[in-house]
Design a protein around this ligand. Structure first.
Ligand SMILES: [Zn+2]
Length: 151
């Protein structure tokens, strides 16, 4: 069987992180340095994602889910920005997540930044930047209404 057919059969066709097509590459593409010995990785073709996983000898089967440094950094950044919405008001955390889930078209139970792909992380940053002032004002007003009025 030609090598190309074997690759097609065993490699994950789409990226585990972002869903873009993948390709088989060597260590130079992943680390910038060519390694000796068995040297084959599955890598995402999306230039911003570039998630990868090593493959097992001659099967081109990726034994681990694909994961990338760029996604790890994007999740940290998304969390930092999102947490600004509520971190000084811990009681707002749940409504912040409910708002985010609604905006992202997710259920609250499945809305976890640690599960987001690169593009979802970018979406979080954009959504918070666009809505930060309005949301915080609304939540402050709602909180003030709950307080008993002193007379
Ligand atoms: Zn990807």
């Amino acid at each position: 069987m030609p090598l190309t057919q074997k690759r097609k059969r065993f490699k994950p066709e789409t990226c585990d992180v972002c869903g873009c097509p993948t390709k088989v590459v060597d260590s130079k593409a992943v680390y910038g340095v060519k390694h000796a010995g068995w040297d084959s990785y599955i890598q995402c073709t999306d230039i911003f994602c570039r998630a990868f996983a090593p493959t097992r000898s001659h099967t081109y089967y990726a034994s681990k889910p694909m994961f990338s440094e760029s996604v790890r950094k994007a999740r940290i950044e998304a969390h930092k920005v999102f947490d600004m919405l509520w971190s000084d008001h811990p009681e707002w955390r749940d409504q912040a997540y409910r708002w985010l889930a609604g905006e992202m078209g997710l259920r609250r139970a499945t809305c976890h930044i640690r599960m987001f792909n690169y593009h979802q992380c970018q979406q979080v940053v954009e959504l918070v930047n666009e809505n930060y002032v309005r949301l915080r004002r609304e939540w402050h007003i709602a909180e003030n209404k709950k307080k008993p009025v002193n007379s």
